[in-house]
Design a protein around this ligand. Structure first.
Ligand code: 13P
Ligand code: SF4
Length: 350
C-alpha cells in the first residue's frame, strides 16, 4: 500500500492513542487490516465492540449493519464510525422492516404468530433486529446459528428466519436433521409470500428470500471442477453458500472457523475455499506450505466491504485527530433498545 498513506494512518492512530479502537472484519483489504486492533468474524467483532467501554471512538472497518450493532452494544459516551457510508450489504438490504411487518401480520391473521420465533442473521438492519427483539426472538451469526435455532425451538414451534435463506436452510437441514420439506421460502415480492396458509402452518422453518450475492456465485460445478483439477482437495465453504454447494463441501463454517481450519491444516494439504477473496488470498499468502485456492475460477470480492480502503481509513482517523467525528453511525433509541434485547439474547446463548 501507498507508503505516504501508511505513514499518515500510523501517525493518526498514534495521536489518538487509547481513544480509538479499530475493528476489522476478515473480508477487509490487507491495507486496512494492518491497522486493525482486532480482526474477527461478525460475532467476535460484536463482542469486541461491547468489551471496549474505554474507547471513545470505534472505527468499524466492515459494513453498515456491523457498525449499527456496535453502536447498539457500546455505551453512551462512545461513537462508532464507518469510514465509507457506501459500505452496505446487499443481503441486509433484502429485508425491509415494512415487508417483515406485513409477513408478521399475515402470521397473526393465520393464528400462528404466537408459535413463531423470529431469528435474524446479524447481516440485517438495526430495524429488523429491533423487530426481532420486540417479538421475543434472537440474532445469530454464522458461528452460532445452530445454538440460536436450538434456543428458538425451545421457545416455539416454528422459526421465521431472516434474511439469509441459505444460512437458515443449511443450519436446519445439515446441522439439525430437518428435511428440506420442513423449510418454505417466503418471497416478500409475492402476495402472501407466495405461500398458502397450509404451507405456512406446516413449515418448521419459514425462510426469508434473501441471499448473499458474493457467496451465491459458488455453484456445484465449482465444486466438481476443483475436485477434478486438484486431487485430494478439501472443500471448505461459508454457510451463506447455496445448499447444494454446502452439502457437497467437506467442511462449513464462519470466517473465523475457516481461518482456524486452514491454520490447523497439515503442510502439503490442498484446500478450495468458498468465501470472499480478500480472506482467501490472505490465507494463501500466510500458508505458503499449503495449497489454498479460491473455490471459483472467477474473481469475487464483496464490493461493499472493499469500499473501505486505506484512503477512507486515513481520512476518518485524521478527521478524529482534527476534533471532528466523521460518518458516525447511530441507531435511534427505541430501535436500539429492542435490537439490544435480541443481540443480548444471542450473546447469552450457551
Ligand atoms: P462471518 O464473518 O460472521 O462469518 O460473516 C460473513 C459475512 O458475510 C459478513 O458479512
Ligand atoms: Fe453482505 Fe455478502 Fe458482503 Fe457479507 S459478503 S457483507 S453478506 S454482501
Amino acid at each position: 500500500s501507498d507508503p505516504d498513506l501508511v505513514a499518515r494512518a500510523t501517525a493518526a492512530k498514534a495521536a489518538l492513542g487509547e481513544r480509538v479502537f479499530v475493528l476489522g472484519h476478515h473480508y477487509q483489504r490487507d491495507e486496512v487490516i494492518q491497522f486493525a486492533d482486532v480482526t474477527g468474524d461478525s460475532f467476535k467483532l460484536a463482542r469486541e465492540a461491547a468489551a471496549r467501554p474505554d474507547a471513545e471512538f470505534i472505527v468499524f472497518c466492515g459494513v453498515h449493519f456491523m457498525a449499527e450493532s456496535a453502536d447498539i452494544l457500546t455505551g453512551p459516551g462512545q461513537q462508532v464510525i464507518l469510514p465509507d457510508l457506501a459500505a452496505g450489504c446487499s443481503m441486509a438490504d433484502m429485508a425491509v422492516l415494512g415487508q417483515v411487518e406485513t409477513a408478521w401480520e399475515q402470521f397473526t391473521d393465520l393464528g400462528i404468530a404466537d408459535d413463531v420465533v423470529p431469528v435474524t442473521y446479524m447481516n440485517s438492519s438495526a430495524d429488523i433486529k429491533g423487530f426481532v427483539g420486540r417479538n421475543n426472538g434472537v440474532v445469530c451469526t454464522s458461528s452460532n446459528a445452530k445454538r440460536a435455532l436450538d434456543w428458538a425451538f425451545e421457545q416455539g414451534q416454528q422459526v421465521f428466519f431472516l434474511p439469509d435463506q441459505h444460512l437458515g436452510r443449511n443450519t436446519a437441514v445439515l446441522e439439525m436433521g430437518f428435511d428440506l420439506d420442513d423449510c418454505v421460502l417466503y418471497d416478500p415480492h409475492k402476495p402472501h409470500g407466495g405461500l398458502t396458509p397450509e404451507q405456512l402452518r406446516d413449515a418448521k422453518m419459514i425462510l426469508w428470500r434473501g441471499h448473499c450475492s458474493v457467496h451465491g456465485r459458488f455453484t456445484i460445478d465449482s465444486v466438481r471442477e476443483v475436485r477434478e483439477r486438484v486431487p485430494g482437495v478439501r472443500v471448505l465453504v461459508h454457510p451463506e453458500c447455496r445448499h447444494d454447494v454446502v452439502r457437497a463441501a467437506d467442511e462449513v463454517g464462519s470466517t473465523e472457523y475457516i481461518i482456524r481450519a486452514l491454520d490447523a491444516a497439515p503442510a502439503g494439504s490442498a484446500w478450495a475455499v468458498g468465501t470472499e477473496l480478500n480472506l482467501v488470498r490472505r490465507m494463501a499468502l500466510a500458508h505458503p506450505d499449503k495449497h489454498i485456492t479460491f473455490l471459483d475460477r472467477t474473481v469475487c470480492y464483496c464490493s461493499t466491504m472493499n469500499r473501505i480502503d486505506l484512503p477512507h481509513l486515513v481520512w476518518a482517523l485524521e478527521e478524529l485527530v482534527a476534533g471532528r467525528v466523521p460518518n458516525r453511525i447511530t441507531v435511534d433509541e427505541d430501535t436500539a433498545k429492542y435490537a439490544r434485547v435480541a443481540l443480548d439474547q444471542m450473546l447469552a446463548l450457551p
